[in-house]
Structures are given as C-alpha cells and as structure tokens.
Design a protein around this ligand. Structure first.
Ligand SMILES: [Zn+2]
Length: 338
C-alpha cells in the first residue's frame, strides 16, 4: 500500500487516528479521563436500529457487560481489539509527522481558548491564526474522506486538500485554499465526564457532510454554491450559518453554542436517530410475527402492551440486541397464545 498523502512511500504506519486523538479522547472514555483505550463510545452514524456500541481496546469484559446490563456478543468482544477512528497502512511515518506538525499548534494555542476558558455569554470566537486553524480543519476533513467510506468529496477538492496538507510546512497563509466551512463549538460544562455525552462520527446522507468530533462540529462545503443551512437537530437553529463562514485568509469565526444547547442537540440526535428507529423496528418485528400467526395486524393497545413488555417500562437502548428482541417478541406472542 502506498501512502495516501505523499503517494510515494510505503504506508507503513499503524494506528493512525484520522480524527485528532486529543480532541476526541475525552469523549471516548467512559469516565472522561485521559487514559487511552479504556472507554466506550457510541456510533450514531450507522443506519441500523441499534446503537453501534463500540468500546476501546483494553476495556474489560465485566465492565462492558455491567454497562450494557447484558452479556457482550462475540462481535462486540472482537471489536474491543480495534482502536476507534484509527487506520493501519494508509499513511507513512513521514506523513504522520506532517499530521503532528499541524495538530500541535492547534492543540497548544487554539484548544485552550475553548476548553480552558469560561465561555458564559460568548456567541462566537474570532481566531486570527488562520493558517493554524485552517490546516487543522482541512486535515480532519481530508483524512475522514480518505478513511470513512461514507464521507465523500469530489476528486478536485481531495487533491487540493492533499497538496495543502503535504506542503503545509512551506505554504504561505495567502495560498491556503478557501473552502467554505462552518465550525460550531459546543460548550461543555462540567468535569471531564461531561464530554462523554458528546458524539464522534460523521453523517453520510446529507449535504454538507458533518463531522462531529466531541465538542467541535465541522460542516464543510466544497464551493460557495453549496452553502446552505441544514437543520440538523438544532445545530443551525439560529439561522446565521453564513455569518460564521470564512471567506478569506484573514481570520476564522467559530460559533459557540452554550452548554444547554449542546445538551438539547445531543439529546435530540440520540432520541431521533436511535430511540425512534429502535421503537419502529421493534413494532415492525412484532407486527410481522403477529401477522404470520393471526393473519392480521395487532391493535394499537396490544402494541403498547408489547413495548411495555420488552422495555419493562424504561427504555434503555443499550440493553437490546437483534437476537434478544426476537426472543422477547416470541415470548410475548407465546404468552398471548396461552
Ligand atoms: Zn506519506
């Protein structure tokens, strides 16, 4: 395999994160501490009715099962061996050093302005370090497009981003391409654990593609004509998207949403993307089985009774696997046949 960045050297690097580790790390740990490879995270980007529950290497199976409140499946145990949002043999060691040289200035000079500041009453932050910020954002976008099958950009954009990153050490600020993008910072108040409510992942079926990386959300557009406000669970509620899109290489405006808005957004993503899908999936499974036996669809009261039965009153999405739902559904129908 040839490295995707330089297109010259052997892609010898393993475990390269394609979203910067120090940004996503606090979100991926169950207790929010900065120990790598000990926690859990939730993947909302999959299209199944189940939360794709992932956990990082080193997570103990008893701890996992305690959180799931059920036994872990073979597949989940297998997954414990993977490091999330990282890839093997896509980039080379020299290019990994380029990534690091872009990431460090952002982590050292920009990140503290968000994570270590009191943002009460702040609606936006204007950053004058255009090159530092833009290279960092482009790096996340380009690597995600390389590594995530669902995140796609056109060839010309990809090549432009690749060359910008490859030549990042020497490129002049004024020569950095001006792709329109919008960054939302989700103020995260509380201790480190508060970050574990946030999401990491990207959307696939929407334009623009959106990357959630913990407390930062990137909306990227390939050209000015594509700029549009997409209502995404309240992310762009205030309808001021265009005011926060950079148009030159002078400064970068970052929109700040207060902690409560963050909680509203993550809450509605969770509810809409997962709980609703799961409930319709459960109802569908039940109705089909019922139809096969009785030749008609169940009455709505019976559906409610069924939902009550399988969720035992409280809806904890992590408790269910496809197998357990089928088993419980059969059990419920059996009880009705007696
Ligand atoms: Zn390389």
């Amino acid at each position: 395999m040839i490295c995707e960045l330089c297109k010259e050297k052997e892609a010898n690097k393993r475990n390269t994160h394609y979203l910067t580790d120090s940004i996503i790390r606090t979100c991926l740990n169950l207790d929010g501490v900065n120990n790598r490879e000990t926690g859990f995270y939730f993947d909302v980007s999959n299209n199944t009715p189940f939360v794709n529950f992932n956990f990082q290497r080193g997570t103990s199976i008893p701890k996992l099962e305690e959180s799931l409140r059920r036994e872990a499946t073979e597949e989940e145990i297998e997954k414990a061996k993977d490091i999330p949002f990282s890839v093997d043999n896509v980039f080379c060691s020299q290019c990994e050093d380029i990534f690091t040289s872009i990431e460090i200035p952002f982590i050292e000079t920009i990140l503290p302005q968000f994570r270590q500041s009191d943002l009460t009453g702040t609606n936006r932050i204007i950053l004058t370090q255009n090159k530092t910020v833009k290279l960092f954002i482009y790096l996340q976008i380009w690597r995600t497009a390389i590594c995530e099958e669902v995140y796609n950009l056109n060839e010309e954009t990809m090549e432009n981003l690749r060359l910008t990153i490859l030549n990042s050490n020497t490129i002049e600020n004024c020569d950095i391409p001006n792709f329109p993008f919008h960054i939302t910072y989700l103020e995260t108040v509380g201790d480190e654990k508060a970050y574990t409510n946030n999401f990491v992942g990207c959307t696939s079926d929407r334009n623009p593609n959106i990357i959630f990386m913990n407390d930062f959300v990137i909306q990227f557009f390939e050209n000015d004509n594509e700029i549009k406000t997409l209502e995404f669970y309240g992310l762009n509620q205030s309808n001021d998207l265009e005011q926060h899109i950079n148009t030159d290489n002078e400064e970068i405006i970052i929109k700040v949403l207060p902690n409560q808005r963050r909680l509203d957004i993550v809450g509605s993503i969770y509810k809409e993307e997962k709980v609703q899908k799961s409930v319709s999936y459960f109802i569908g499974t039940f109705s089909k089985q019922w139809f096969l036996i009785f030749g008609g669809f169940p009455h709505s009261n019976l559906i409610q009774e069924y939902l009550q039965f399988i969720t035992t009153g409280e809806f904890d999405i992590l408790k269910y696997t496809q197998e357990s739902i089928i088993e419980k559904t059969t059990e419920f129908i059996d009880s009705k046949l007696k």
